[in-house]
Write a protein that binds this ligand. Structure first.
Ligand code: WTA
Length: 650
């Protein structure tokens, strides 16, 4: 949150672009002028210059059936060819595409020629397994080159991938396979995490157990962890065995610009995750454009590193599609920042000479906590730009990032966007914008956003409200998989023709935008979106729970933390030791959803605060969870409840 204390901290300090940087920057002020003159012509130029089309589009935007947009609809392309073959054809086959670093210290570099070959072979393999255009393929892999290969092989065939983050549980995986009606799952035996193999295959087995989704014909298993796995004959196939002898020639077909590229599930305000659908031409245009301009990419010389897992949208757009469409060289790292020791990330920066670095505020705060001597013991002089994404970055972390990692001189880009927006929407341009610690600041050229009040009226400078996107953009979601109504309802019912992002924002006196966090029942824990409703339904699925309410409470390390208030069934209250009950509920949530959703705190209460109409007053619970004075309780059915709950927190 941004408040008066932050102003004290930064004392209104701003950072003008370094003149040398600005002189050589990929994007200058003329970009905004061009987009301002003719927004659609601007996007058409981006599409033609950044994407190789089989049939170049003549149409730009079709908004005749809002909120269902079609971009570049008469164009055809193959997304994988754009990320691979065209760079080889242009003579860059020997350029490294991926410098992969495994957590145990093994490593592998793949050039564009090699990556292209791997993807062609994998595409042939998928074809032999019956995968055709339009089929859904679930990918549940660690951060290894095969994850990138699998995504691109699926895209090459015009099939649709749905990557599920490896930290999600069997239950979450099953729900996603089921919703997408996937025909194939690509997984691994296990991956490395904090010095040990973390198995993945058992979750797939559990997800596909007897009563699981029946659409899956095969499970392809990459060998990474070397751990023992159970095997279902006829269904399970080793990736490396199947690839033996597979041809490395593959003729790619071109698909319509609006052909589905992927589904990525994200938490919404209900218990059921939303399958966010992205398509091909517009998505690729905007990820390539933003990756090049926001990060000032120079593909011949830069070494890009985005630390996000491919299981999140940041990994889709800024590990796979953006950087590869731009022919960049990048680092892909399997493990955690602190294994085997706290400086691992900075060792990786030093080893590969990383120049552009993109990470999340939660990671910056944990590096801060470990102490500046750790990065300072490494040579970080290769770095020339730093980025942040996933949650509001507090000015203190911003300033530390710049001073300690950025040698007090590197530009920082704080990029606001969402799974739904597909690509960056609001961010400084490093050669143009005078940056303010903690603010995402300005919509990118071609993007139109506003901050409005509850009635949809734009707020005056200095005011706060809700962030909306006022014009369609090329990489916007095209819908929610299988749920047309929910798409309209969630994003477009509030302000009609403007996209409601679910984020609060402030516009300062200069017109710059500061993001203030979610305004709905979505939490942001370590940059990951979690739904209160989803965790509540996991809790009530436990036999001892009668009722629960979950809130996101401010947390210094993770931004927000999950705090669950739980009412036990009467019998359980008598039978169970409260501490054991809380521990077992925390475990239960991790099993149901994944470790990222595990509540930091479980508070057992006798009753939840409710209005007379029975609505849980989360606002009051948030006050308790954050140790604040409890707010207005006059609408409570039973005003005494809050006194009891706050006593129980102490
Ligand atoms: C939050 C991640 C403030 C926001 C790319 C958004 C941010 C949600 C920022 C999307 C930022 C992301 N400043 N808040 N720079 N970037 N957010 O879908 O609440 O995982 O709605 O996409 O993260 O999370 P998602």
């Amino acid at each position: 949150m941004v408040d008066g204390t932050d102003d004290l901290l930064t004392r209104g300090r701003t950072f003008a672009p370094d003149p040398d940087f600005a002189a050589r920057a990929t994007a200058g002020p003329e970009l905004a002028e061009e987009a301002g003159r003719d927004r659609l012509a601007f996007w058409a130029r981006q599409a033609h210059e950044r994407v190789s089309w089989e049939r170049p589009p003549t149409e730009t935007l079709d908004w005749s059936d809002p909120p269902f947009a079609r971009w570049f609809a008469d164009g055809t392309l193959n997304v994988a060819v754009n990320c691979l073959d065209r760079h080889v054809d242009a003579g860059h086959g020997d350029r490294v595409a991926l410098h992969w670093e495994g957590e145990p210290g093994d490593s592998r570099s793949l050039t564009y020629a090699e990556l292209t070959r791997e993807v062609k072979r994998a595409a042939n393999l998928l074809t032999s397994l019956g995968v055709v255009a339009g089929d859904r393929v679930v990918i549940y892999l660690p951060q290894i080159p095969e994850a990138v290969v699998a995504m691109l092989a699926v895209a090459r065939l015009g099939a649709v991938h749905s990557v599920v983050f490896g930290g999600f549980s069997a239950e979450s995986l099953r729900a996603r396979i089921d919703d997408a009606q996937a025909v194939l799952v690509i997984t691994a035996d296990g991956g490395w995490r904090k010095g040990a193999v973390s198995p993945l295959k058992p979750a797939v087995d559990a997800a596909l157990a007897a009563d699981g989704p029946a659409t899956v014909r095969n499970v392809l298993v990459v060998r990474r962890g070397g751990n023992e796995v159970d095997w279902t004959e006829g269904r399970d196939l080793w990736w490396h065995e199947q690839l033996e002898g597979v041809a490395d020639e593959h003729e790619a077909e071109a698909f319509d610009a609006e052909h589905p590229l992927f589904i990525l599930y994200t938490s919404g305000t209900t218990g059921k995750p939303k399958g966010i659908l992205h398509t091909s031409g517009g998505y690729l245009t905007q990820v390539a454009y933003t990756h090049a301009t926001v990060f000032d990419l120079k593909p011949e010389t830069d070494v890009w590193w985005c630390t996000a897992d491919v299981g999140w949208i940041t990994g889709h757009s800024y590990v796979v599609y953006g950087p590869l469409a731009n022919g960049a060289t990048q680092v892909l790292y399997e493990g955690t920042p602190d294994f085997p020791a706290a400086g691992r990330w900075w060792d990786v920066v030093e080893k590969y000479g990383v120049t552009l670095f993109y990470t999340a505020p939660t990671a910056i705060r944990s590096v801060m906590k470990a102490g500046r001597e750790i990065p300072q013991a490494r040579d970080l002089s290769s770095l020339r730009l730093l980025g942040s994404v996933g949650e509001p970055i507090n000015p203190e972390a911003w300033l530390w990032y710049r001073e300690v990692i950025g040698a007090d001189r590197l530009p920082i880009v704080d990029t606001w966007w969402q799974t739904e927006t597909g690509a960056i929407m609001v961010s400084p341009l490093p050669g143009v914008t005078t940056t303010k610690p903690g603010a995402a600041q300005t919509p990118l050229p071609g993007v139109s956003v506003d901050v409005v009040d509850d009635d949809g009226t734009p707020v005056a400078p200095g005011g706060s409200g809700l962030l909306v996107v006022t014009e369609p953009w090329p990489s916007m979601l095209r819908g929610i998989w299988g749920d047309r109504d929910r798409y309209v309802e969630t994003y477009w019912s509030r302000f009609g023709d403007r996209y409601f992002a679910g984020d609060g924002a402030r516009r300062d006196e200069d017109g710059d935008i500061w993001l203030l966090g979610r305004v709905d029942d979505v939490m942001n824990v370590s940059g990951h979106r979690l739904s209160t409703a989803e965790i509540e339904s996991a809790l009530v699925s436990h036999a001892v729970v009668a009722e629960s309410a979950v809130v996101g409470a401010a947390d210094e390390a993770t931004g927000q933390a999950v705090v669950a208030f739980v009412v036990l069934r009467d019998k359980a209250k008598v039978d169970l030791d409260p501490e054991e009950a809380a521990a077992s509920l925390r475990r239960h949530v991790a099993e149901q959803i994944g470790a990222i959703a595990r509540p930091r705190t479980v508070v057992l209460v006798d009753e939840l605060p409710k209005t007379r109409s029975g609505k849980i007053m989360r606002r009051l619970l948030r006050d308790v969870a954050e140790g604040r004075e409890i707010g207005d309780t006059t609408t409570l059915a039973d005003a005494a409840v809050m006194g009891v709950i706050s006593a129980e927190m102490r």
